[in-house]
Design a protein around this ligand. Sequence first.
Ligand code: SD4
Length: 305
Amino acid sequence: MKAIIATWSFGLKAVEAGWRILRNGGSALDAVEASIREIENDFSNRSVGLGGYPNIAGFVELDAAIMEGSTLRAGSVAAVRNVQNPISLARKVMEKTPHVMIVGEGATKLAKIFGLYVEKVDLQPEARMEWERRLKTAVSTPQKEGTIEFWLKMAAEGHYNHDTIGCVAMDDNKNIVAGCSTSGYAFKLVGRVGDSPIIGSGLYANSFGGAAATGLGENIMIHNVSRMVVGFMEQGIPADEAAEKTVQHLLKIGRRIDRISFVSLDKDGCFGAGTTEKSFQFAAMSDAFSEPRLLMVEKGVRLSL
Ligand code: SD4
């Protein structure tokens, strides 16, 4: 049974790319990497890849991770600059180093070694304009440049970015792989890292199932959301019910639960999704469907397919 699921409406493009690989007998690892690269390579996207909004200093810093359920291997990069496909760099960390997570300058160095480094990165015009506008607004306030108040003034001002690509796939060998990639919180502080590269928070996979989260990383990482979802699947609970239970559990905790959404997939190819928002869109494809589908789940409601 082959299956693939990805976050948000752009997940459809991701699922299509991943499905092409799965359909031709490719691995879930290749499928997840290809799905995520598809979104990273779209420079019109402001929350994934180098087309994303920058941090407050005007640099795009990216987070990405990948985890293979059958082996429990994982690779992750955080706050990395000048890399177009951080998901591929995360995979290199997993496959070519003894480590799980490499951040900042070290990740950039690794990108050079693996030929994933991009010398020149220009902000997309719209991202640059918005960054400059914020800089101007912050400069014209009484806050002094270089103080935390100045930077927070720049980062605040709404403009919540919520479109991380998270993807979970299973191949014919029942290997389940989860991955995610993001430019993170728009106009974040330099070095800010969200949930996406944190194993257990932004993603998790084992032989029972996989999950990938999206939304406000500061909340997702508090609850280790992806590990929670897979934890339910370990008890033999299918992905749709595991998702529902996760949302119920979060609602019961009742704190720091805003803007949490996720997708899940279990070893039997059952899909799940959950959200603490009003609703959440995602895409999925499996042997059971005739073509990739865009789907939606509402807060507190079990996904029905
Ligand atoms: C983060 N969770 O860095 C990411 C952002 C995101 O959907 O998911 N956007 O907090």
